[in-house]
Design a protein around this ligand. Structure first.
Ligand code: SF4
Length: 76
């Protein structure tokens, strides 16, 4: 479930997290939302935890397309 909230400044934010025990570094998330995910040549996956409203669709697509269901998106 991905609900939207508004913080004190009236800006909607969501929190992104990746379960490292599930992630197999396929990189599908980066293809769906390159502004949020970056898979390095070393195999490390970097991602931004704080998702702005305008990035929400990309974050949802990444979570939906992750073959390991490793991405979680929560209200903040
Ligand atoms: S798509 Fe899922 S399994 Fe693949 S790198 Fe991203 S989080 Fe990891």
């Amino acid at each position: 479930m991905n609900r939207t909230t508004t913080n004190r400044r009236g800006v909607r934010r969501h929190q992104l997290s990746v379960n490292n025990d599930r992630c197999r570094r396929y990189g599908t998330c980066e293809a769906e939302a390159p502004q949020l995910f970056r898979l390095m040549a070393t195999g490390e996956l970097f991602y931004r935890r704080s998702v702005a409203e305008e990035e929400l669709e990309g974050a949802k697509a990444a979570a939906r397309c992750c073959p390991m269901l490793a991405i979680r998106l929560e209200e903040r």
